[in-house]
Design a protein around this ligand. Structure first.
Ligand code: BEZ
Length: 211
C-alpha cells in the first residue's frame, strides 16, 4: 500500500553525491523534504534541482533539510551536477541519492508503472522531526514542481503543529488563520488573545498566533 500521511518515513542507507547516508540519521531532529526526479540530464529536472539549490536557505531557515533521489547511478549524478551549476546559476548544495537498484524508489512508491516502468514520478515527501510523513505530492514527469508551494505548506505544517489553527485556501505566512472546529468559542477565547471573528459557527478567523 502507498505511504500515507502519519506513516513513518521508511529508513534506508544509500550512496549520495555527498557520501553514504543513513536517512533517519541524516534527518536528525529537524524536518526533511525528499523529492524524486525521473532521470538525470533531462530539462525539467535540471531546472528543479537548480531552483532548490538557489532557495536552499529558505528551507534551512525553517529547519528543513532537502534531498533529491533518482534511479540513476552516482557517476551520472556527479556529471549532471556540472550541467546544473552551469545552466541554473547555482552551486549544488544538497545531496542527490543514487538509487540504481530502486531501493528508495520502491520503499516510497515512486515508480508508477502506468506512467513509466523505468523512471520515478515527481514525488515529494515532507517529513516531520518525529519521522512521520506530513505531506505527499505526486506530479507527472512533464510538470516541474512549484517549490514556493512546498515552502508554503511547510509554514502551515509548522504553524498548525504548535497552534490550534488551520490555514485557509492560498494562505501565506502572516495571513489570518482558521480556528480549528474542535475548539468551542469559550476555549478559543483562551487560546487567541488577539481575538477571533465568527463568520459562521464553523468558520472563525484569528490573526496568525505566532506573529
Ligand atoms: C524532464 O525532466 O524534462 C523530463 C524527464 C522525464 C520525462 C519528461 C521530462
Amino acid at each position: 500500500m502507498a505511504l500515507q500521511l502519519g506513516d513513518e518515513a521508511p529508513n534506508f542507507t544509500a550512496q549520495t553525491t555527498e557520501g553514504t547516508i543513513n536517512f533517519h540519521e541524516w534527518l536528525g531532529d529537524g524536518w526533511g523534504v525528499l523529492f524524486s526526479h525521473p532521470k538525470d540530464f533531462t530539462p525539467v529536472c535540471t531546472t528543479e534541482l537548480g531552483m532548490v539549490a538557489r532557495i536552499k536557505d529558505d528551507f534551512a531557515s525553517r529547519n528543513v533539510k532537502v534531498i533529491a533521489v533518482s534511479v540513476d547511478p552516482i557517476d551520472s549524478h556527479q556529471g549532471w551536477i556540472g550541467d546544473i551549476n552551469e545552466t541554473q546559476s547555482c552551486t549544488m548544495n544538497y545531496p542527490i541519492i543514487a538509487d540504481p537498484d530502486r531501493e528508495v524508489a520502491d520503499l516510497y512508491g515512486m515508480i508508477h508503472p502506468k506512467a513509466s516502468d523505468t523512471m520515478t514520478v515527481r514525488s515529494v515527501f515532507v517529513i516531520a522531526p518525529d519521522k512521520t510523513i506530513k505531506l505527499t505530492l505526486t506530479y507527472p514527469a512533464s510538470t516541474g514542481r512549484n517549490f514556493d508551494e512546498i515552502l508554503r505548506v511547510i509554514d502551515s505544517l509548522q504553524l498548525t503543529a504548535n497552534h490550534k489553527v488551520a490555514t485557509p485556501a492560498n494562505w501565506r505566512d502572516g495571513d489570518d488563520c482558521i480556528v480549528v472546529p474542535a475548539l468551542s468559542d469559550d476555549e478559543a477565547k483562551g487560546h487567541f488573545p488577539k481575538g477571533f471573528k465568527i463568520v459562521k459557527p464553523y468558520l472563525r478567523f484569528t490573526p496568525q498566533p505566532n506573529r
